[in-house]
Design a protein around this ligand. Structure first.
Ligand SMILES: *[C@@H]1O[C@H](CO)[C@@H](O)[C@H](O)[C@H]1NC(C)=O
Ligand SMILES: *[C@@H]1O[C@H](CO)[C@@H](O)[C@H](O)[C@H]1NC(C)=O
Ligand SMILES: *[C@@H]1O[C@H](CO)[C@@H](O)[C@H](O)[C@H]1NC(C)=O
Ligand SMILES: *[C@@H]1O[C@H](CO)[C@@H](O)[C@H](O)[C@H]1NC(C)=O
Ligand SMILES: *[C@@H]1O[C@H](CO)[C@@H](O)[C@H](O)[C@H]1NC(C)=O
Ligand SMILES: *[C@@H]1O[C@H](CO)[C@@H](O)[C@H](O)[C@H]1NC(C)=O
Ligand SMILES: *[C@@H]1O[C@H](CO)[C@@H](O)[C@H](O)[C@H]1NC(C)=O
Ligand SMILES: *[C@@H]1O[C@H](CO)[C@@H](O)[C@H](O)[C@H]1NC(C)=O
Ligand SMILES: *[C@@H]1O[C@H](CO)[C@@H](O)[C@H](O)[C@H]1NC(C)=O
Ligand SMILES: *[C@@H]1O[C@H](CO)[C@@H](O)[C@H](O)[C@H]1NC(C)=O
Length: 456
């Protein structure tokens, strides 16, 4: 048995990360990581794990990874998880590690809150997202790592979140819910070729990270799973998300960077993010969301070739007074939308405050946002751009957008405290965004021939 396992682990050998050159065609900008095989591999079975779906394997995972730490300076190592149902609570990854889930392997999150440690809030949030104070540690964690890979042959990470959703909905949580994967302060991180199911809250949360590549994963929680979110790049840079299918209760992909005074003083932006070739669905949130926690700033984001469907909202920019920070240099292009209630929105009155110490005069900036090459069918509200009187949204640039509704009347636009311009947009946008040849339109369309590279 042990030999068979060793053989299987050898066959499944993956993959140290190496960083290559800059951007190219048909590939992610900002990130070009290639994987090289790890020279060592062990199976979780060698640490006494039992894949019966009932035995708690937290210690087996912790011991295996402790053992694999010693290979960090020898090219790194792989932890191989064979077919089976592997129940566990939190464990930490280590640098130069590949966690590989074989086809038929499922890591199951424990449903017993006493198995879950409480950890301090993130410094850029100052408190748990859902409740003041600490929060449950995530299922799979990384702290100050480099070169970590979570991958497999379509293995599954299943958070068994139903109990957490029920506690959340009945207000019986004592701390904010855990995420499935949280990687903090790390670089060269790959998550690929896996299925994520039933996250208690977020699925994948890279925070204070750089060089993160999330590729070819499928993420789903039921439509009624409250505030479950797919991927959350948070105060991180050089992030690529591609070839993914995400269908969740709330936001599919949400970009964030900290909360009010905590995020302002931590001061770590999310920047250089490329999202491409993804299929996104969000039953009560937005398929692509910016904020509302954006106090460290969000900039240089490119989203292209995405399908957004059967959702409440397509692309949403959220902020509020007290956030400070900015969202700027964002280009969203080549979008197909279907059965989306509200295609685009930008709101300056969205989101709560962590406590009453926020500075109401910390005004957020929303500037230089390009939305282009969009076809939407069965859209009810085309766009709702509601800015902040003291800090209006500027340079909202719309180009080549066609949105149709199912009812007889066309999709509608709503605007206030916003400026920008548009060309080839149907139905006609609100007057604030209509002027095509004015000074403000040149901010949109003159600096480059097609506006596309303006955001990069
Ligand atoms: C990514 O890195 C590989 C390996 O070094 C290289 O062959 C390829 O050209 C790079 N791609 C881009 C777009 O830079
Ligand atoms: C996981 O890492 C955190 C942060 O370094 C540490 O506090 C915690 O004790 C670690 N847990 C285990 C089981 O190693
Ligand atoms: C995506 O992952 C599946 C297994 O989950 C694999 O069969 C397929 O080859 C992968 N595709 C790419 C483009 O990596
Ligand atoms: C991956 O696994 C999930 C269930 O774990 C399954 O629904 C899906 O069809 C699989 N995808 C591929 C490409 O094998
Ligand atoms: C919250 O704390 C109370 C009182 O200690 C406890 O009865 C309850 O089970 C806890 N809730 C959860 C979800 O752990
Ligand atoms: C995903 O799986 C495919 C098929 O096995 C493999 O070719 C590819 O390198 C894997 N990608 C990553 C990023 O692990
Ligand atoms: C149109 O989109 C709405 C969501 O806004 C959805 O409820 C409805 O079923 C869709 N209609 C059709 C015919 O698909
Ligand atoms: C537009 O957004 C604002 C602020 O988020 C909201 O108050 C208003 O009700 C929305 N209007 C429509 C028609 O949805
Ligand atoms: C307008 O957008 C559509 C859909 O993305 C695209 O097929 C078409 O080429 C665009 N037209 C121009 C003139 O760029
Ligand atoms: C800006 O918003 C305020 C409400 O916050 C509203 O009273 C005012 O009319 C708006 N200004 C414009 C120009 O729409």
């Amino acid at each position: 048995m042990k030999m068979l396992v060793a053989l299987l682990s050898l066959l499944a050998l993956t993959n140290a990360i190496h960083l290559n050159g800059e951007e190219g065609d048909g590939q992610c900008n900002y990130v070009n990581l290639t994987l090289e095989p790890r020279p060592h591999s062990v199976s979780i079975l060698e640490f006494g794990a039992v894949g019966d779906g009932k035995t708690l394997n937290t210690l087996a995972f912790q011991n295996a990874i402790f053992y694999l730490k010693s290979f960090a300076d020898k090219g790194g190592a792989q932890l191989y998880v064979p077919p089976g149902r592997w129940l566990t609570a939190s464990f930490n990854l280590t640098s130069h590690l590949t966690l590989f889930l074989e086809k038929g392997a499922t890591i199951l999150g424990s449903q017993d809150p006493s198995h879950w440690e409480i950890v301090d809030p993130l410094p850029s949030y100052g408190r748990g997202l859902e409740l003041p104070g600490g929060r449950y540690r995530s299922l799979i964690n990384g702290y100050e790592l480099e070169d970590v890979v979570i991958t497999g042959d379509n293995g599954t990470i299943d958070g068994q979140g139903r109990v957490w959703w029920d506690w959340f909905s009945s207000h019986s949580l004592n701390y904010s819910r855990p995420h499935l994967v949280e990687i903090v302060d790390s670089q060269y991180v790959v998550v690929s070729n896996l299925t994520f199911l039933n996250a208690p809250a977020y699925n994948i949360h890279p925070v204070y990270c750089s060089d993160v590549h999330i590729q070819n994963i499928s993420v789903s929680t039921p439509p009624d799973a409250p505030h479950t979110v797919g991927i959350v790049p948070d105060s991180s840079e050089n992030v690529c998300i591609e070839d993914c299918i995400i269908s969740v209760g709330f936001d599919a992909i949400a970009l964030k960077s900290g909360w009010d005074e905590y995020g302002i003083s931590y001061g770590r932006p999310t920047k250089k993010v490329h999202i491409r070739e993804v299929y996104l669905q969000s039953s009560s949130g937005s398929t692509i969301a910016f904020g509302s926690e954006m106090s460290g700033g969000i900039s240089s984001v490119q989203v292209d070739h995405v399908h957004l469907y059967n959702s409440y909202s397509g692309v949403e920019f959220r902020t509020t007074k007290g956030r400070g920070g900015y969202i700027k240099r964002v280009t969203i292009s080549d979008i197909l939308m279907k059965n989306v209630y509200k295609a685009f929105s930008a709101s300056g009155q969205c989101g709560a405050h962590p406590d009453d110490k926020f500075d109401p005069n910390a005004l957020p900036v929303l500037d230089d946002i390009t939305l282009q090459d969009v076809i939407g069918t069965n859209i009810t509200i085309a766009g709702n751009f509601t800015g902040i009187q003291e800090s209006p949204f500027t340079s909202i640039c719309l180009s080549n957008i066609t949105l149709s509704s199912n009812s007889g009347s066309p999709a509608t636009w709503v605007c206030s405290n916003v400026s920008g311009s548009s060309e080839s947009v149907f139905p006609e946008p609100c007057p604030d965004l209509e002027n095509t040849y004015s000074y403000s339109s040149s901010a949109c369309f003159s600096s480059t021939s097609n506006g596309k590279s303006a955001a990069l």
